[in-house]
Design a protein around this ligand. Structure first.
Ligand code: UGA
Length: 438
């Protein structure tokens, strides 16, 4: 069978998926309402920084990858239509489903004028019951019937930014939620075409699939808040080392070693929003998930832990020159959404500090927030001379390559390393690592 697939929403998830499927000789139509993004993609330029994406995109474009800025009749004639639009957060922490609604309505309108019966696959992160209580009724409001005019599956995505292609090539699980096993099996068959011999399928119903995504992200966020709590305890006990603790407990197969790196707290477009969405969703059902609330609160407070360390060491913050190494919420991305660096800079500006920032990829995005309120340095080394304090927040490898002599150019060398990346032996440098008691 020659599959025809459409992917609506070309962010990290949609563009990785569509490029991958097209590179595997599946005919793919990519849809995104952002015309600038579409023209970039057509010219093989990834609209955001993501390692290995450019290569995969180029391969896809040489094969069968079409792009459009609206849902066309060809889109509706696809065997599978993946919905990969963003599901941001409202001010009260709950999920904002406006892009799901608008894309489903646009899709439904085209579908109502066609005879085809696509399988609509919700890949966006959505709270449980969204397929059943929102997507299906929206399509029904256009006189479309499930099983007759469309099928509806939930298929959450687990890829990480910065590793989007690696994770797309090697998914740890493929979760397919639906009410009719025969339909779920059809999607499984498509996946087996591009991942021959793949075994880690979990077939379930829609709402369980939707909740699996939140359970997955919440558990990972819990590990991070847990290890950050232990790191903050270490900070108070001279000689203790959080990395040794992570290593030891990570060797226990019941715990596993991943997501046990202490740091400034999790950021990004997923964990902060998903934890809050699940808390809000659960509260609406009458259950207050205390553990998740604590995970979220612990994460929020981690920025203040760092601020306290800076303040305790500098005595006063007023007019101090502080250099921030790392703006992206993690390495290998230019994404600064919910980045702790941005929150910390805001707090430091309120305390009248002078801020210089450096990041290999995220300076342009940061300029959109702070403009000329702060200074920017494309080479981290240039920001060091005369500064009062350097705070390392994103673990870009470049920082570990800076020689100690460079840091001696600071006023009174003080480095606060939230990711424990440097090997500082010079006694003239006050080097404070988060989670290593001094
Ligand atoms: C996360 C999940 O890892 C993906 O599985 C999921 O698909 C994605 O959210 C999503 O829902 O779309 P992502 O936000 O790209 O992926 O980033 P992660 O690599 O998970 O990192 C999240 C944050 O946790 C970063 O700020 C990172 O620095 C921090 N982190 C991660 C730690 O502080 N310690 C760790 O040990 C791991």
């Amino acid at each position: 069978m020659q599959y025809k697939v459409s992917v609506i929403g070309l962010g990290f998830v949609g563009l990785s998926l569509s490029s991958f499927l097209a590179s595997k000789d599946i005919h793919v139509i990519g849809v995104d309402y952002d015309k600038v993004k579409i023209s970039k993609i057509i010219s093989s330029i990834p609209p955001f920084y993501e390692p290995k994406l450019e290569y995969l995109l180029k391969t896809a474009l040489k094969k069968s990858f079409e792009l459009t800025d609206k849902i066309t009749s060809q889109v509706v004639e696809s065997d599978f239509i993946f919905i990969c639009v963003g599901t941001p957060m409202k001010n009260n922490g709950s999920i904002n489903l406006k892009y799901i609604k608008s894309s489903i309505l646009e899709l439904g309108e085209k579908l109502s004028k066609s005879k085809s019966k696509p399988i609509i696959v919700i890949k966006s992160t959505v709270v449980p019951n969204t397929s059943e209580d929102l997507v299906k009724p929206l399509l029904e409001s256009l006189e479309l019937k499930e099983s007759k005019n469309f099928e509806l599956l939930s298929n959450p995505e687990f890829l990480r930014e910065g590793f989007a292609i690696e994770d797309t090539l090697n998914p740890h699980a493929i979760v397919i939620g639906g009410k009719n096993t025969l339909i779920s099996e059809k999607l499984k068959k498509l996946y087996l075409r591009v991942y021959p011999k793949y075994k880690n399928f979990v077939l379930t119903n829609n709402s369980t699939a939707e909740l699996i995504k939140y359970a997955n992200n919440s558990f990972l966020a819990t590990k991070i808040s847990f290890i950050n709590s232990i790191a903050n305890i270490c900070q108070k006990i001279p000689g203790t080392n959080i990395d040794d603790i992570s290593k030891a407990i990570g060797l226990d197969p019941r715990i596993s070693s991943q997501f046990l790196k202490a740091g400034p707290g999790y950021g990004g477009s997923c964990f902060p929003k998903d934890i809050q969405a699940l808390i809000s969703f659960s509260k609406n059902l009458g259950y207050v998930p205390q553990l998740l609330t604590a995970v979220h609160k612990t994460n929020d407070l981690q920025k203040d832990v760092i601020l306290d360390i800076i303040e305790n060491n500098l005595k006063t913050l007023k007019n101090k020159s502080i250099v921030i190494f790392g703006l992206a919420f993690k390495e290998n991305t230019d994404d600064i959404r919910e980045s702790v660096s941005i929150k910390l800079i805001k707090s430091l500006l309120e305390k009248n500090c002078k801020i210089t920032v450096s990041d290999p990829k995220a300076i342009e995005n940061t300029k959109k927030i702070f403009g000329d309120k702060i200074s920017y340095s494309s080479n981290p080394i240039n920001s060091i001379p005369g500064s009062d304090c350097i705070v390392i927040l994103t673990p870009w490898r470049d920082y570990s390559l800076i020689s100690q002599s460079q840091f001696l150019k600071m006023k009174n060398p003080l480095i606060i390393d939230t990711r424990r990346m440097l090997n500082i032996t010079n006694k003239k440098i006050n080097y404070i690592s988060l989670g290593i008691g001094k």
